[in-house]
Design a protein around this ligand. Structure first.
Ligand code: F6P
Length: 494
């Protein structure tokens, strides 16, 4: 198999089978791929949406294995056996999902607390400062230990590869390696790794870095995140040997390879879905229901998170209508937000400030039945998301800092008509690959407003040229290639 080919689900399955079949393959993530919850007396099974499940499920489905995750659904306990396990996917069971139970206190301190109020803001260069709370840190450590135990009790004496997801488990790799050095451990860190200068504010920074150095392979989205991590190791861990050229760090004779693996989307599937009759019907319905007629449409689709830069984007829309009043009544911006981590005060406050801003801007510029900004609250059905992407003249991704941002890639994959303009923050990982987008500085409100105008009057030929180039990039660098590249590195290590 060559890494430079257009990878499909089938190729990835065959490749994984050929390379990893001798190993017990264990995936660890905080969020589970299938969540069972009660709807009245019925139990409903939901699939976790997002890159992790799309990318990792073909691998684990091909070779079998165990996916260990926090069981968060209220019906989860009623679906598992005495070992907290069940086979999934429900319609064609191919691998085992093992659920870990956490108390409310553990979830509050480990997930809402240390993961999302310390590590999340620490790794994203934004206005929100991390909260370092000793009690939360100690429960974060305990939860990592619980997961380590859960992994180790599955492996026994077998040859195994453990593939850990994300910042919820910074300590897990070392805990596993300490108990069983022969297990191959890899991790993908789905968020940025910050500059060493800001990371050193974390009181337990060295322990976190040492935890991650338990990995044989550690992946980030971009070369910059890898280099930031290596610099952090160099400065924080006494006696460490770091090589930027070889992309590795060695501590106490143990080596960790640190490579970029830019995550992506299922390009072919999205392209196919975008052309379905259902999506075409949904576009008609939305245009009617939202009173859009033949108006131009700008869209943004975000998890309600302060890293996404939503308030500044709204201010730029305000500036856009001030500077270019000829667009009043001719363009509407649709803002989809998906509530997230609502237990955390900064997330709740963000929601309130967005509502206030939208109301103010709509009052200031709106007239008759035309609204400058239309808001929709997600999660929305996939057909609706695809329809919004399909009808957009403009998609704005203005994250203040983002590991990758898959909405940008989804928008590109969904535009089989080669039309539509992507305005993309230069601080999103996706900007590295999609440099045919109109790259913006989300802090520069005037420039963002001017870029909106530039996009809306861009000649069709230029729109097509830019979109075609972006599509070729995402087609080749799809989610299956992401997983294949990680497997390829793993095969060199086992
Ligand atoms: O970007 C990091 C990430 O963990 C993604 O993997 C996930 O889609 C997103 O943040 C939201 O995470 P959650 O809702 O599980 O906190």
């Amino acid at each position: 198999m060559k890494i430079r080919q257009v990878w499909k689900r089938e190729n990835l399955c065959q490749f994984a089978k050929a390379e990893l079949s001798d190993y017990l393959f264990i995936v660890v993530s905080n969020r589970e791929p299938y969540i069972h919850s009660y709807q009245g007396n019925e139990i409903k099974c939901e699939t976790a949406v997002g890159g992790v499940t799309t990318a990792v499920e073909p691998v684990i489905s091909a070779i079998g294995g165990i996916w260990i995750a926090h069981g968060s659904g209220d019906a989860d306990r009623d679906m598992v056996d005495s070992q907290r396990k069940l086979m999934v996917p429900p319609e064609e069971p191919l691998y085992t999902l093992k659920r870990v139970w956490l108390s409310d206190e553990e979830v509050n301190s480990y997930y809402y607390g240390f993961s999302n109020q310390a590590l999340w803001p620490l790794c994203h260069a934004v206005d929100i400062k991390p909260i370092f709370d000793e009690a939360q840190w100690s429960i974060y450590k305990k939860v990592n230990e619980v997961f380590a135990q859960s992994v180790l009790e599955e492996i026994g004496n077998r040859k195994a590869i453990v593939f850990i997801q994300d910042y919820h488990f910074a300590l897990l790799p070392r805990l596993i390696k300490r108990m069983s050095p022969e297990i191959t451990v890899a991790q993908f860190w789905h968020i940025p790794w910050p500059r060493q200068g800001s990371f050193q504010s974390c009181p337990w920074g060295e322990e976190i870095v040492r935890g991650l150095l338990g990995n044989d392979l550690l992946g980030f989205h971009t070369v910059r995140h890898c280099r930031n991590f290596l610099t952090t190791v160099n400065r924080m861990v006494a006696g460490s040997k770091v090589s930027y050229e070889k992309a590795e760090a060695t501590v106490e004779g143990r080596k960790t390879e640190v490579h970029p693996f830019p995550i992506s989307v299922d390009f072919e599937q999205l392209s196919q879905d975008a052309q379905s009759v259902e999506v075409k019907g949904e576009i008609e319905r939305l245009r009617g229901e939202l009173n859009l007629g033949d108006k131009l449409v700008g869209i943004s689709i975000d998890r309600l998170d302060y890293i996404k830069g939503i308030p500044r984007r709204l201010m730029a829309i305000d500036r856009f209508f001030e500077k270019y009043p000829e667009y009043k009544g001719k363009v509407s911006f649709i803002q989809v937000t998906v509530p997230s981590r609502t237990e955390i005060p900064s997330y709740r406050k963000l929601g309130e400030s967005i509502d206030t801003l939208v109301e103010r801007i709509n009052l200031k510029h709106g007239s008759g039945d035309w609204k400058p900004i239309i808001t929709m609250v997600g999660p929305l059905p996939v057909t609706t998301i695809m329809a919004l992407m399909g009808m957009a003249d403009l998609c704005i991704v203005s994250s203040l800092h983002d590991g990758m941002n898959l909405v940008a890639k989804e928008f590109v994959a969904s535009r089989c008509d080669n039309d539509g303009i992507l305005l993309l923050s230069r601080f999103a990982g996706a900007a590295k690959e999609l440099n045919d987008a109109l790259l913006i500085n989300p802090y520069d409100i005037d420039h963002l407003a001017a870029s909106m105008e530039k996009a809306l009057k861009m000649p069709r030929i230029e729109r097509y040229k830019r979109m075609r180039r972006k599509r070729n990039i995402v087609r080749e660098n799809n989610i299956y290639k992401w997983a294949a590249a990680i497997i390829l590195e793993l095969t060199k290590l086992v």
